[in-house]
Design a binder for this molecule. Structure first.
Ligand code: ATP
Length: 344
């Protein structure tokens, strides 16, 4: 890879090539599921925009704020003391009506009434689908910052919030390991990630889980039983299975039922649930948010849009939203084997 190439040159432009982009006023919003580090990303966008002498306003409750003109003026002070806080102070929302073309047309009209020149959208793939359509249908210049605990976005090695969510799950499971070990018990821990197994996989590997279940994994209940039995034969009396809240082999309680019916194994269930969304962002997520936020404003200043900021091999780059949305990122299946090998 040529480290000197311009990381933005392949992107769509809203300013004609060779001419300066006119970006006097930016709107920033957080949308979809909240993720630790969203506040850090807003802070980075706000302070970078101010540094470039741009005006910046927050749009509250995701796309609803754009539609209903719920505007929050932002200055450097309004994002003070936020870096370490989970959630999003601009609030987030799911706005299903944004799927309708006429609603997006109203949003574009609102964008112009608010005299905005560009939008920074912080969220996941649904948020970026809406943003991409705003650009394609109405030439609203958009830049996406990936913030979702699921890490399920193609084009970036990590999304803001993923590292924090994994760390929260790991801390919880370390505690469960202590009690599992003391009572010589089998535990099933359910983590988030209905359609995406990244949290399950990375948490499982970090905690030495005996087996990890998630939507793309080929692991079966019979394999888990074999694994537990082998462990028991060599004197291992506690085990932890991790399952994403997904479809295969069902929710944690379904898995416990199957273990009981198939092998008479008694399992305790612990569902971590929304605890994984809250809490202070990890240092990694804060730094990622800082770098992505600053780069998003820089991209707009240079006239580029319709892109998501990405973290690739340590560099902050930009990937076109067309690319991001055309692909599905899958967790590496070889990590499952590694987790099995290391816990056997
Ligand atoms: P997470 O991965 O954390 O759930 P997300 O951004 O994928 O985040 P969604 O609820 O899927 O979360 O999407 C957020 C918002 O984006 C939706 O409420 C809706 O307003 C808009 N959106 C989602 N999908 C589309 C779509 N296909 N067309 C237009 N807008 C969409």
């Amino acid at each position: 890879m040529n480290q000197n190439r311009d990381p933005l040159e392949h992107l769509d432009r809203f300013a004609p090539l060779g001419q300066p982009a006119i970006v006097n006023r930016i709107g920033v919003l957080t949308s979809g599921g909240d993720a630790p580090g969203m506040n850090a990303a807003i802070r980075a966008v706000v302070r970078s925009a101010l540094q470039h002498r741009m005006e910046i306003v927050g749009l509250r409750h995701g796309y609803r704020g754009l539609l209903q003109q719920e505007v929050q003026p932002l200055d450097s002070g309004s994002v003070g003391n936020l870096l370490q806080r989970g959630g999003t102070f601009l609030k987030t929302a799911r706005v299903p009506e944004f799927h309708q073309a006429q609603v997006r047309a109203r949003a574009a009209q609102s964008f112009r009434e608010l005299k905005l020149d560009a939008l920074v959208c912080i969220g996941g793939d649904g948020t970026f689908t809406g943003a991409h359509l705003l650009w394609l249908e109405h030439r609203v210049p958009v830049i996406g910052i990936p913030a979702t605990i699921d890490n399920d976005l193609y084009g970036t090695e990590s999304t803001i919030g993923f590292d924090s969510a994994v760390n929260t799950a790991v801390q919880a499971i370390d505690r469960i390991r202590d009690t599992a070990d003391s009572h010589e018990r089998l535990f099933i821990v359910e983590v988030m990630g209905r359609d995406s197994g990244f949290i399950a996989l990375e948490t499982g590997l970090a905690c030495g889980a005996e087996e990890i279940f998630f939507s793309d994994s080929a692991v079966t209940v019979d394999q888990a039983i074999d694994h537990i039995r082998r462990g028991q034969k060599r004197g291992k009396l506690s085990s932890i299975l991790i399952t994403a809240e997904g479809r295969k082999p069902g929710r944690a309680y379904d898995l416990a039922d199957q273990l009981q019916k198939k092998a008479g194994l008694e399992a305790k269930v612990c569902i971590l649930g929304h605890t994984q969304r809250g809490g202070a962002p990890s240092a990694f997520d804060r730094v990622l948010a800082a770098r992505m936020g600053a780069s998003a404003v820089e991209a707009l200043k240079r006239g580029y849009c319709d892109a998501m900021m990405s973290w690739t091999r340590g560099r902050i780059e930009a990937v076109s939203l067309t690319q991001v949305l055309a692909h599905r990122k899958k967790p590496p299946e070889e990590w499952v084997k590694l987790a099995q090998t290391l816990s056997s």
